[in-house]
Write a protein that binds this ligand. Sequence first.
Ligand code: 5AD
Ligand code: SF4
Length: 475
Amino acid sequence: MQPDPDIARAEAETAQPQGRKLLVKSYGCQMNAYDAARMADVLAPEGFVETSDVEDADLVVLNTCHIREKASDKVFSELGKLRVLKEARKAEGKTLQIAVAGCVAQAEGGEILRKQRAVDLVVGPQSYHRLPEMLRQAAHGPVIDTDFPVEDKFDHLTKPSEEKIRQRGVSSFLTVQEGCDKFCSFCVVPYTRGAETSRDVGKIVAEAEHLARSGVREITLLGQNVNGYHGIGEDGGDWSLAKLIERLARINGLARLRYMTSHPNDMADDLIRAHRDMPILMPFLHLPVQSGSDRILDAMNRKHKADDYMRLVERIRAARPDIALSSDFIVGFPGETEEDFKATLALAHEVGFASTFFFKYSARAGTPGADLDDQIPEEIKSERLARLSEVVEAQRHAFNASMVGRRIEVLFEKTGRRPGQIAGKSPYLQPVQVDGPDALIGETALVEIVDCGTNSLFGGLVEGASSQFRAGGEI
Ligand code: 5AD
Ligand code: SF4
């Protein structure tokens, strides 16, 4: 006879010491932030309560990022500090368990234990549902799990309580797709997160409904290649991201939907139409282009030309004229000449981005880019980064300044910097501060923008214009 799973779980809960403190430190992308929350959810039934103070923690999980060298290096300097803390605890007869999760765990596996003996367990991004079991094993010696297991981790994750979701705020991430089959020649993601997989629509809807019931008003659908989503729909068919978004839009209580990150080649017609037809879909799209030079785009294995990107932007803007775009750029990819770099600057000028992330190329072991001749010297990378930064930062400031005098809808998330202020986000993810009542937290309202700072906008509530049912951009 199979044991009743609820009884088994109840027994497991009572068998564990209660009140242990957990600190999950997350680095890198939004998907890591989502994973960090889900790890805390998985460990809650084990008696772990979250803390933000490392001195207080019985278990520290470093949820790591491997995308660039600097991000990876952080892990080992952090682990060095934790080792000192662990030794101090030991001298007092107390314990500290240290776990390394995320993409460095996946990429380096057992090497981490060799480099830093204080580590108790190493868990890859596809195995963290196994954390409770691994922790039990770790009591007897170091444990590693960097499998891509046959079971779906999402089926084994614990649902967060409504109270926990409320604590996390009105805006939430939800992973719908994971992994990448694109193999851009600079990128570790296809190796650390594995092949593209999409979650079933039914499971995503159930998670989104639970979030909405618990007060979440905005969901950002996450995937390394999210617009390549194709999951099994409620009718058993293959659903696109646009069809998934249409379904999610019907959930009561949700005011805003977003998605990231997208590849230009997967920007399907139905998704562009969704931007035209669905006010719940925020008019802000992160669409990385990486470079403006065809030669470099080819070497990066991006499989499109600069002009394809420009034409795509035109089609998206024709469908949704108030849409704003953001991008990622890499400067100093192997072989990048001054002329190639100028093509990147020209593309940035031509598109006019509302915000931009820009990085120096970082050679990552195991990726094709790392083996290319003609790696670019660090000083040239730095010089190009500074020039690109000047252009795109000016664009960001101009975009923020263009909000002054406009009325935009704000989703209020928390109390503001000063008493009597509340803070929220514009449709374009700009932080907005206004004088207003705490009761508006969790609501959308129309705000007239009167000033803009380096990162934030400031405005006043437009009297009598609670815009709960007008999710969307500018009114
Ligand atoms: N070097 C520099 N930047 C990188 N990115 C990904 N891999 C690298 C690398 N090896 C950047 C890309 C990507 C973003 C998430 O990180 O711009 O879109
Ligand atoms: Fe990396 Fe390219 Fe896949 Fe994005 S599309 S995750 S940059 S390989």
